[in-house]
Design a protein. Sequence first.
Lengths: 332, 258
Amino acid sequence: MKTPISPFALASMLLAISVTAIASALFIGPAQFSAQEALAALVSDQGATSAIIREIRLPRVLAAWVAGACLGLAGAGLQGLLRNPLADPGVLGVSAASALGAIIVIYFNIAAIAFWATPIAAIFFALMATALLYLLGAGRVSTARLILIGVGLSSFCGALISLAMNLAPNPFALSDLVNWLFGTVANRSFRDLALAAPFALCGALFIIAAAPGLRALTLGEETAASIGADLARTRAMVIAGAAVLVGASVSIAGAIGFIGIVAPHLARAFAGHDPARILLPSALLGGAALAIADIAIRLLPFDQELKLGVAAALIGAPGFVWVAATTKRIAS
Amino acid sequence: MSALLSLQEVSVWLGARRVISNASLDINRGEFVGLIGPNGAGKSTLLKTAAGLLPASAGACLSAGAPLRSLTAPERARRIAYLPQARPVFWSVTAREIVALGRFSFGAPLGEAPRDAAAIDRAMDEAGAAQFADRPAADLSGGELARVHLARALAGETPLLLADEPIAALDPAHQLSVMALLRAKTDEGRAVIAALHDLSLAARYCTRLVMLGGGHVAADGTPKDVLTPSLLHEIFNVDAAINITQDGPDIRLRPLGN
């Protein structure tokens, strides 16, 4: 067997890719700056140039990176818990519920009253969805049934979102709904980031604290319990952590799919299959992937900018099919 | 000194069905107990209850005098290793990574101390799994995985090992070597309870047999006392002819009425 790259080397490599992607995003956009101009504008006040670099491009690329990292980590955690490489925040209905929260706030015009209402609603609905999952039996029923409950929840939230779009009073409301549904990081500010960052951090800590339990779950729930893993705690940590991560990501980028499936799958190719060891690489890969995807859509010569979530799905959905088709079953 | 494991008047209800009825057992160091009985007799349920994974509906389960329910999960795992009948592996980790999970309750998943590494390597050696330590689980055959799982259960070096059909997926040579290994472990002073379907191997290697029928302990004693034509007739619904030979008992079974 090929030896996986050492965890430290892999993390440094992915971090370097992320920093490179974030730095190069500062040079790209309708206003043309050289690398020197962009750097100067970043570190010192250069008037309009600084405004573009610091207040438009930097928050935009950071938002893409943070949203991707949240989704990559949430996906890796949920896959470990559910022992299924196809699990992602969408599977448990958490993404759909979170997007529904954002859309309700927009639909009833609460967002116009308080700028923070949308992100808070996204996080709150993600938490509500997971609390509901938990009440419906996360502590008691099998993992397979938990997935089915999630599928039902996801469909229900999807139906409510469609209802909101059907009833949307005017084209502006509809276009706002589309932004949240398709996912975009255009026009994000540091204010949006600052609101989501504490949640993202807190969710990340939850998932990382569950790492040993996830490793034990490699051998199934019965063996994991017998070797001394606390399954109830692992389940609670991963579900709560994923909810907060998804809520944070939806609040800054809207609903973006497939990063939660593709990032852990790529991480496994480099870090091995141990569900504890792929957590950090999945987060870094998810962040880098979404930052790079956002650069790509800004370079595409379309009149209307492609939505980030659409770009992620165009790359991610075939990846999902590929993972589904090539996952090997292990003899038991 | 109290027994390694003591089940006192234990009953287990699964839903509306009473799977174990008033089972009492004391297991001491040095005993290799074969748990035998027909399908559905309650062997797996009894082992799960003894491992602390299923709560007893009535009665007491004590580990060295302490109620199993009073122990924390890691404490219990350091006393009792459990090898379930269903042994899924969900991620293609290496054989050695699977065995290392046997040291989970010692903190091995966070950092492998030299003592953990030594125990893991020794267990892999004993179970005959050392030669594929670095192979991913997806590339292992059913028999190879069975040996990896056995090594995982041995790696914790617990005083008591509960094994649910440890030799079911193995070829005859490996069945014999696993039975000899479990016997050697009990000769060192550990105790093993293994659910077994092969009565001849159970009779040859076990120091004691417990026969379950319909959730009751139907017989408990030396292989010679338990494997009698009348008990085999009553509990297993087979006719048996038993010859004691130099290699141990030779048991021939026929369907009833032939």
